[in-house]
Write a protein that binds this ligand. Structure first.
Ligand code: PGA
Length: 246
């Protein structure tokens, strides 16, 4: 694991977007798993800009969506699917057969998990995952208590996730479950970038890095990944003791 601390959100987004561009430059048919959320949004926008100015084609890239709110339509503005389509897939002109998202409206969500796991098994490895961290330490919808060997699964969301999640929606939503890739996928990915910015993330970042690696803070598992990069802004790293050599 490597940790880089930059001044602010602009800077971590700039760094993350360059890493995405480099990945695709080196391997045009990369498989990239992307989380949605406020954290990676600017990195994706910068990726789109850089792809255009540096003429990097994403036509061979396969994108996987990390997670989705169960029962929320992909047309709903707050869905992870629509976020990813609007912010990154459509601007990059990704074709439908290169977009791999959970169908969170499916009647059989376990089957959706199997479809995703079979696809990941078939392609071999995810080259790059770009993830944020929730206020309770989740990554994707891997909530506290999730097994490090989990693959795709359906999850009962914690209260924190349900209440914080309202920020993505125009109108208040009943959020109960999520569907998500598992922590094993994160550990198996060739490279993982975890981003966090803002003072509101400072306490969970402290818990992620100061305490023992624990299922109670799922993001802490990233410390077991040999090729993980943690991008923090100064505010998010401000409560983490400096002697941890972050
Ligand atoms: P955020 O969400 O990027 O909107 O803060 C992160 C998460 O819950 O994983």
């Amino acid at each position: 694991m490597r940790v880089e601390i930059y001044k602010d959100y602009q800077e971590i987004s700039d760094f993350a977007s360059s890493a995405i561009i480099d990945q695709v430059r080196q391997k045009p048919d990369s498989v990239i798993c992307v989380a949605s959320g406020d954290t990676p949004k600017l990195a994706y926008q910068k990726t789109v800009e850089k792809a255009k100015t540096q003429q990097i084609s994403f036509s061979e890239v396969h994108f996987i969506g990390f997670d989705e709110w169960a029962g929320i339509s992909p047309e709903n503005h707050g869905s992870c699917s629509l976020f990813l389509r609007e912010i990154i897939f459509s601007p990059l002109g990704i074709s439908e057969d290169h977009i791999h998202l959970f169908d969170a409206m499916a009647s059989d969500l376990d089957k959706e998990c199997k479809i995703m796991d079979d696809f990941i098994y078939k392609i071999g490895k995810i080259d790059l995952m770009v993830v944020g961290i929730g206020m309770n330490g989740h990554v994707g919808f891997n909530e506290p208590g999730t097994s490090p060997t989990s693959k795709s699964h359906v999850v009962e969301l914690e209260e924190t996730t349900k209440s914080v999640g309202q920020k993505y929606f125009k109108e208040s939503q009943v959020l109960t479950k999520g569907i998500t890739l598992g922590l094993q996928h994160l550990l198996d990915a060739k490279q993982v970038i975890l981003m966090a910015n803002g003072i509101h993330k400072a306490d969970i970042i402290r818990k992620t890095f100061q305490n023992e690696i624990s299922v109670e803070v799922p993001a802490s598992i990233i410390r077991n990944h040999k090729d993980s990069l943690v991008l923090l802004d100064e505010a998010a790293s401000s409560l983490t003791p400096k002697d941890l050599n972050l």
